[in-house]
Structure formats: C-alpha cells, structure tokens
Write a protein that binds this ligand. Structure first.
Ligand code: HEC
Length: 139
C-alpha cells in the first residue's frame, strides 16, 4: 500500500512539471502491479495537452511574430541576419532565451527583449514547440 502511495505521489509531482511522454510511458510500462500500472497510464493520458488546445495556445502566443518576421518567418528583420525560417530549432531556442536574459542580439535587440520578457518559460517552450510543429506539418 505504501508503495502505491509513493507511486501516486511521484506521479503527481512529475506532472506539475513538463512531462516527457516517452519517458513516462516507459515508466508506466515498468510497473508490475496491474492497478498501479493502469493508474499510471490513466494519469499520463489526462495530462497530455490535446492537440487542438496546443494549436490554439501556440497560434495565440505567436500571432505577433508574423508582423515582423512574416507568416512563415521568411523575412529578414535586420540586414545581415538570416530569417528565422533558416534557423534550426536549437538556434531559435538559444535566441529566445538569450533575449529573455538580455544576452542575445545586437543594438536592435530591445524589440525582442521587451516581447520575450512578457512570456514565462513554459510559454517560450510552447512557442518553440509550435514553430517545430508548423515546420513538421509543412514538410
Ligand atoms: C516588432 C517586431 C518583432 C516582433 C513582433 C517579433 N520579432 Fe523577432 N525579431 C525582431 C527583430 C528586430 C529581431 C533582430 C533583433 C536583434 O538585433 O537581435 C528579431 C529577432 C528574432 C530572432 C533571432 C533571429 C536571428 O537571426 O538571430 C528570433 C528567433 C525571433 N526574432 C523570433 C520571434 C518570435 C518567435 C516572435 C513572436 C513570439 C517574434 N520574433 C516577434 C522583431 C520582431
């Protein structure tokens, strides 16, 4: 019984953070005791954001971006800078967190800094995931 409680508590704790579905699936599969395993899968499924919700959130958070970067991030915002569409997801990630911390970009970085500072870490993660999602969709 104590073991079951521990599993539930661990479950609740990990879901208050961002979940790594593959890892969680593996973890649930490793549970031998059947009811606990079912409960683990059940909790996992309940905590996955439905695609429609993710799409709405992602498009809300990125609706401003197109004004300066173009609908497909194809515009170069500053002479010499490549458009965001030509950046890898890792490069975008470094740029966005850099703007958030005030450590990225040149003399015109204030635009992005002011914008990105309004977002939480979770929102920035969603923005990055949404950009990746749109790229995969258009492949
Ligand atoms: C008001 C105009 C404006 C808006 C809105 C805007 N950006 Fe930017 N963005 C810029 C400018 C200007 C730069 C270049 C700043 C600099 O000097 O680093 C930039 C740079 C970037 C870069 C780094 C580009 C590079 O080559 O290093 C990324 C990534 C980026 N923006 C993503 C976004 C995302 C995602 C959004 C929406 C959440 C967004 N931007 C909204 C103007 C904008």
């Amino acid at each position: 019984m104590n073991k079951l409680l521990l599993i539930i508590l661990l479950g609740i704790q990990s879901f208050s953070m961002k979940i790594d579905v593959t890892h969680e699936l593996q973890k649930c599969s490793n549970i031998k005791y059947h009811p606990s395993r079912l409960m683990c899968f059940d909790t996992l499924v309940r905590n996955i954001t439905p695609l429609s919700e993710f799409e709405t959130l992602g498009s809300d958070l990125t609706k401003e971006c197109s004004h300066c970067h173009g609908a497909k991030y194809e515009l170069s915002t500053i002479a010499g800078k490549k458009p965001v569409s030509k950046m890898s997801i890792d490069e975008i990630k470094i740029a966005l967190y850099g703007y958030k911390n005030g450590t990225y970009g040149g003399k015109d970085s204030y635009t992005m800094e002011n914008l990105i500072k309004q977002f939480t870490k979770d929102e920035i993660e969603t923005i990055i995931e949404y950009i990746q999602f749109k790229r995969d969709k258009n492949k």
